[in-house]
Design a protein around this ligand. Structure first.
Ligand code: FAD
Ligand code: 2HG
Ligand code: ZN
Length: 473
């Protein structure tokens, strides 16, 4: 569709460093998975809340659609513009300052464009912990993480991004600003609007600043990679750790033999620290904020009992931080390995924790029956019930042919998820990919209420159109 040219006014607000056009926009117009590509009159790169508000006001006045973007690591095409003539990407990347770290109140106030790994590093410099942790942490930004209510590896102990946020500053679709940067643990003053913007995927406004919760730093860790004979054994292992000391479990991740095989084949610098490859793996990561917590002893005694019970057939215990990181690399490189191994279809789903083994088994069988030769690659956050029920294309099949079946594959997985009482999106959100599913799964009063909120806050429909709700012309 032919693009309109950017109306005057934006350059005055943003200055030369705040505006990208032409080929400089390339990286902002496509998503990480390569599913979507759009266009934009410009990428706006404001440096302050005032600049964001002024840009949004101008967009509202001119009917220009806005695609808010953080690190652009969305797995569901949430930050990618469409193919429409009057729209801009608004990148938060220049708003990346840490405004305040308060170890007395255990809070950190930051701008939305701060990269997660930087936030973790700053917290650590102050002897504290910002516990959100995921594979994209070197790129994903606080505003994007809050807007998707990101989960990741530590949900089992610390909750999702929502639980790590105390206050927000948000620019609404008319350019007005909600100044909600309060750092209160208790704040029951009418509707908790801050929570409306967490998980809204940029459809209700632009998060510009946030107050985050900090926790005591970890002073002791103990980590192991375990080979398990089946999915039930992996879950039984999780239960053993939970029963032994629930507070010690920082992460409990599941990986299949197929996924681990892809990592070992496609990622350089990794090695399996076990005697032989297995069909199922569990990664257990324990941490404590006090020294002398005895985590190594806990790890050994629980694994010993699990070995005796036949739930674990082999285990590698990290003897150093380097070995711990090497074990985590085997887990965190799953998305990249899948990408390098060809086309894959992702289903980021959740079920009650007790139903995870059934999910993995039944969804894998459904996928194999649908596309003979396709390779299920289930992995993820077993401890909180969120499995990435991904499917890798059959070897030798054309990628396009396989991807043409994407929605059939997701439907087959979702049928199992629905039967098990789960959700079609656990942590990645709805984005552009799953708008149809949202309507199908959350129809009736729930969907109508979501629509009413959207219409009330964004009556012109300029904020991230096509995301969460289907695009209207
Ligand atoms: P973007 O991709 O830029 O945007 C995401 C959504 O938020 C879009 O809808 C966008 O419009 C909106 N948005 C962005 N910034 C703002 C803002 N300031 N105000 C309003 N709306 C905004 N996700 C998990 O939950 N757990 C994981 O373990 C995990 N692992 C991943 C591993 C890899 C290798 C990759 C590539 C992705 C992974 N993700 C994971 C997905 C992704 O990293 C998260 O969804 C993350 O929260 C997106 O952050 P971002 O800054 O990249 O946001
Ligand atoms: C992870 O847990 C991410 O690694 C990405 O959520 C999952 O690639 C995926 O499907
Ligand atoms: Zn995940």
């Amino acid at each position: 569709m032919p693009l309109d040219s950017l109306p005057p006014g934006f350059a005055d607000i943003l200055g030369p460093s705040g505006l990208l056009t032409g080929a400089d926009m390339d990286a902002y117009l496509a998503d990480w998975r390569g599913l979507y590509r759009g266009q934009a009159m410009a990428v706006l790169r404001p440096g302050s809340t005032e600049e964001v508000a002024a840009c949004v006001k101008l967009c509202a006045a001119q009917g220009i659609r806005i695609y808010p973007q953080g690190g652009n690591t969305s797995m569901v095409g949430g930050a990618t513009p469409q193919d429409a003539p009057r729209q801009v990407v608004l990148s938060l990347a220049r708003m990346n300052r840490v405004l305040d770290v308060d170890v007395a109140d255990m809070t950190m106030t930051v701008e939305a464009g701060l990269v997660l790994a930087t936030a973790q590093g700053v917290a650590a410099e102050h002897g504290a912990l910002f516990p959100l942790s995921l594979g994209a942490e070197g790129t994903a930004m606080i505003g994007g993480l809050l807007s998707t209510n990101a989960g990741g590896n530590t949900t089992v102990r610390y909750g999702n991004a929502r639980e790590l946020m105390l206050g927000l500053e948000v620019v609404l679709p008319d350019g007005s600003v909600i100044e909600g940067l309060r750092r209160l643990r208790k704040d029951n003053t009418g509707y908790a609007l801050r929570h409306l913007f967490v998980g809204a995927e940029g459809t209700l406004g632009i998060i510009t600043k946030a107050v985050l919760r900090l926790f005591p730093a970890a002073r002791e860790t103990a980590t192991a990679l375990c080979a398990c004979p089946d999915e039930d054994s992996a879950l039984a292992l999780f239960r053993r750790f939970r029963a032994a000391d629930e507070g010690a479990v920082r992460a409990f991740e599941y990986m299949s033999g197929t996924g681990m095989g892809l990592v070992l084949r496609h990622i350089e610098g990794v090695a399996l620290p076990l005697a032989e490859e297995a069909a199922h793996y569990a990664l257990v990561d324990l941490s404590a904020s006090r020294e002398g917590a005895g985590l190594r002893g806990l790890l050994e005694s629980v694994l010993e009992a699990a070995l005796e019970a036949g739930e674990v057939t082999d285990a590698a215990l990290a003897e150093s931080e380097a070995q711990r990181q090497a074990i985590w690399k085997l887990r965190e490189e799953h998305p990249e390995a899948q990408k390098r191994a060809g086309a894959s279809v992702k289903s980021d789903v959740s079920v009650p924790v007790s139903a995870v083994p059934a999910l993995i088994r039944e969804a894998s069988a459904a996928c194999r029956a649908l596309i003979p030769g396709a390779r299920p690659v289930p992995f993820g956050h077993m401890g909180d019930g969120n499995i990435h029920m991904n499917l890798q294309q059959p070897e030798g099949m054309a990628a396009d042919e396989f991807l043409a079946r994407s929605h059939d594959i997701m439907d087959a997985v979702n049928a199992v998820v629905r039967r098990l009482g789960g959700s079609f999106s656990a942590e990645h959100g709805v984005g552009r990919l799953k708008t149809g599913m949202l309507e199908e799964w959350r129809g009736g009063a729930e969907y109508a209420a979501m629509r009413a909120i959207k219409a009330a806050l964004d009556p012109r429909g300029i904020m991230n159109p096509g995301v969460v709700f289907p695009a209207t012309p």
